[in-house]
Write a protein that binds this ligand. Structure first.
Ligand SMILES: Nc1ncnc2c1ncn2[C@@H]1O[C@H](COP(=O)(O)OP(=O)(O)OP(=O)(O)O)[C@@H](O)[C@H]1O
Length: 238
């Protein structure tokens, strides 16, 4: 079997004196969709930021695509092929939809794709983005901003896509489009996906594996085909 695309070993992270990640071990095989679940405040967002490099880790290692990236700054991780869709979207409100998507192309720097344009498949996945491409992102609905944040990450052609609660506050028809987009990027583009999600029925429709966190540790993981969302619902309920 080939090596995992990403392998996290004994990762810890802290906010000042307060440790929030403890000895996290996690590996994702290429082309796998992993759901990261758990109650509010257990450390899911911190783990995504530690992978992206936007939060320092206090110990442990992260290997990505054969390279140790534990100490790399975020822009180098993005160039290495990690794309991030943060919680709350964080689109640039004064830039147009097209300009926001173009910011995602910066991840291609150093990969021999200098004059790249926003790939057509992003507009195929989210046709609305093409219709509103000249509009300032600050005027978009939450669902449109979420599509834009995903499109921006995809513009950098990541091999690993991290998403933090992509369905939060999003209407059902957009949730369906996000699901179709994630299935497409895995099945057609071979992308690996790590998605933080509280909406278990959503991730259980398409993810391959799950891992559950509690108090900053991974306490359980398994196959989505072998366990139902009901089996793990108590791990996300407050
Ligand atoms: N900037 C910060 N400074 C100090 N503590 C923080 C900070 N951000 C998060 N924390 C704490 O770290 C812990 C983990 O938070 P994190 O946001 O990673 O959890 P989460 O599982 O993603 O929760 P949520 O679903 O609410 O986003 C929580 O106890 C939180 O209060």
């Amino acid at each position: 079997m080939s090596a995992p695309l990403i392998e996290i070993t004994a990762l810890s992270s802290a906010y000042g004196q307060s440790q929030v990640l403890w000895d996290v071990d996690l590996a994702l095989e290429r082309g796998q969709v992993m759901a990261l679940i758990g109650r509010n405040g257990v450390g899911k967002t911190t783990l995504l930021h530690a992978i992206m490099g936007t939060r320092p880790s206090a110990g442990g290692t992260i290997r990505f695509d054969g390279q140790e990236i534990t100490k790399l700054p975020p822009h180098k991780r993005s160039r290495a092929g990690i794309g991030f869709v943060p919680q709350g979207r964080h689109v640039f409100p004064q830039l147009t939809v097209m300009e926001n998507l173009e910011t995602g192309l910066s991840a291609l720097a150093g990969r021999g794709k200098g004059a790249a344009k926003v790939p057509q498949h992003i507009f195929d996945l989210f046709p609305k983005l093409y219709d509103i491409r000249a509009r300032a992102a600050g005027f978009l609905s939450g669902g449109e901003q979420q599509q834009l944040a995903i499109g921006r990450a995809l513009a950098g052609e990541p091999s690993l896509l991290l998403l933090d609660e992509p369905t939060e506050g999003i209407q059902p028809n957009v949730v369906q489009q996000i699901e179709a987009a994630l299935v497409h990027v895995r099945d057609e583009l071979g992308m690996t996906v790590l998605v933080v999600e509280q909406y278990l029925d959503f991730v259980w429709r398409f993810a391959d594996r799950y891992c559950a966190m509690q108090n900053g540790r991974i306490i359980r993981h398994g196959s989505i085909a072998e366990e139902s969302a009901k089996d793990v619902a108590h791990l996300v309920q407050i």
